[in-house]
Design a protein around this ligand. Structure first.
Ligand code: UDP
Length: 500
């Protein structure tokens, strides 16, 4: 039987951490599962015209559009929208800014969809795009929510409307662990910003958002069963959390950006050429994701800690900020024209010029992590960074900043045993230089680091297996494809009976 072609529209919310896995999902659906795919790349305004991350974004879009096999993948970049006048300037709220940008982009997306000759029958959004789900219902499309994060965090979202306010208060005020059926409890020190009071009106908004997620025809997650056996079981099984979702849950990961093998590398890249000269597994890479920033004082400690560790390093350095760890998420500034040295302790760059490189703002992370000279990764634990590290067999120093990153750090260090975790002296405080040097030493030099490297390489193999033809994640996407075909038939027979 010939399977009819399905057209899926996918919305990628602003931020490289959302764009990268969304593009990978689109590619997989087009290449391996016969979909026609249109990806809407939602764009927010930034205060600068160009940045290294913008260049990377254009490269990713260009590379994807150029792939011959991907005639069935179209990319539409939405016009940038500015929501700054709708935000409270005194209370930076990353989630709110992304969500508002999504809402403002919807009229454009809707008109594009309505003008298509072969309109999509499937809409896939990430968790910031759930405001588009009513549009999917209106246009008789089936809807899917893609969590570009792990099953544990997804489990909290699924269960959130059913957690009593009393349990939330005990968690916030008495620091009792938050119990999620079938999953590890969330300890208060790892909790999400939204679980700390005051809850109103955020509580109401989060419940509404998660109810919208639960109503979707399915949920996709960028994880795989063997990485998170308990949490994936919990969200799939009807007896546990599966009862709360309208449709099935599909773990489809690990989806990470594919990097050209070394021998096919195009052009000269100073960082990669420098790495070529370094011994195997001798260099530690430090990066806080696409938008992470640290304070001036923390930056000074980190610089001294790196020096004390006596390891080769590559460090992605950004302008320090006070009190907003996600400050560079939209405003990918090129350090305002100031040389890196202005942000770092006296003489650091000159003292370390033979052992390390400081990169301003943005580095080719996926390429760096793939390089054999990399032996460890100091990461903010954004889920893409975690997956890129695991799939390159690189153990981590887990240094979470915001969102669900503290949970990720605990999972990596306690459950999976592939990271050591940085602990600030006090809540919101700095991680001191002595601790930084010790953490790097534990990963790069100690027996503990060797054991972590063995474990992370096992997870790498298990991730690759999940994506292979007989693997669990490949099977999940195959099943999702069949479900989409089923919905499409259902929708067309409903349309016939409506006389449409
Ligand atoms: N990234 C990069 N270069 C940088 C910083 C980040 O290529 O200097 C990429 C990184 O490889 C990852 C993504 O940006 O794919 C960041 O996603 P993640 O989920 O780790 O963190 P987020 O930025 O969403 O907090």
């Amino acid at each position: 039987m010939v399977t009819p072609k399905i057209h899926a529209a996918i919305l990628a919310s602003p931020g490289m951490g959302h764009l990268i896995p969304t593009m990978e999902l689109g590619k997989l659906l087009a290449i391996n599962h016969g979909f026609e795919v249109t990806i809407f790349v939602i764009t927010a305004t930034t205060t600068t015209n160009s940045s290294n991350s913008d260049t990377t974004k254009s490269n990713i879009l260009q590379q994807t559009s150029n792939l011959n096999s991907l005639k069935s993948l179209n990319i539409i970049v939405t016009p940038p929208v500015d929501v700054s006048d709708k935000l409270d300037p005194n209370k930076p709220n990353l989630g709110q800014r992304i969500t508002l940008t999504m809402i403002e982009s919807l009229p454009f997306i809707r008109s594009q969809i309505l003008s298509m000759k072969f309109p999509p029958s499937v809409l896939i959004v990430d968790i910031f795009g759930t405001t588009a789900l009513p549009m999917a219902r209106d246009l008789h499309m089936s809807s899917y929510v893609f969590f570009s994060t792990n099953a544990w965090f997804t489990a909290i979202c699924i269960y959130f409307p059913f957690i009593t306010k009393e349990a939330l208060l005990r968690h916030a005020n008495n620091h009792e662990p938050l119990l999620i059926p079938g999953c590890e409890p969330v300890q208060f020190e790892d909790t999400l910003e939204i679980l700390v009071p005051p809850y109103e009106p955020i509580h109401e908004a989060v419940v509404n958002l998660t109810r919208e997620i639960l109503s979707a025809n399915g949920i996709l997650i960028n994880t795989w069963q063997n990485l998170e056996p308990a949490a994936t079981k919990a969200i799939i099984e009807h007896e546990i959390l599966g009862q709360f979702t309208n449709g099935p849950v599909y773990p489809v990961g690990p989806l990470v950006r594919n990097v050209e093998p070394e021998e096919k590398r195009e052009g000269e890249n100073l960082i990669l050429s420098w790495l070529d000269e370094q011994p195997a597994e001798s260099v530690i890479f430090l990066s806080f994701g696409s938008g992470g920033t640290i304070s001036k004082c923390q930056m000074t400690e980190l610089a001294y800690g790196l020096e004390l560790s006596k390891q080769g390093f590559i460090w992605v350095v950004r302008q320090p900020t006070e009190g907003d760890a996600s400050a560079a998420f939209f405003e990918a500034k090129d350090c305002d024209g100031l040389p890196i040295i202005n942000y770092l302790s006296d003489g650091f760059v000159s003292r370390t010029k033979d052992v390390g490189i400081c990169v301003t703002m943005w580095a080719p992370q996926a390429e760096i992590l793939k390089h054999p000279a990399i032996g460890g990764f100091v990461t903010h634990c954004g889920w893409n960074s975690v997956l890129e590290s695991i799939l390159n067999g690189v153990p981590m120093v887990a240094w979470p900043l915001y969102a669900e990153q503290k949970m990720n750090a605990t999972m990596l260090s306690k459950e999976l045993g592939v990271a050591v975790k940085a602990t600030p002296i006090e809540e919101g405080g700095v991680v001191c230089r002595k601790q930084i040097a010790e953490l790097i030493h534990r990963v790069m030099v100690d027996e503990e680091g060797i054991a972590m490297r063995v474990k992370v390489k096992d997870y790498k193999l298990s991730g690759e297996k999940a994506l292979s033809v007989c693997g669990s994640s490949h099977g999940s996407l195959y099943q999702m494809t069949k479900d989409c075909v089923f919905h499409m038939h259902q929708q067309s027979s409903e349309a016939k009976s409506r006389g449409a």
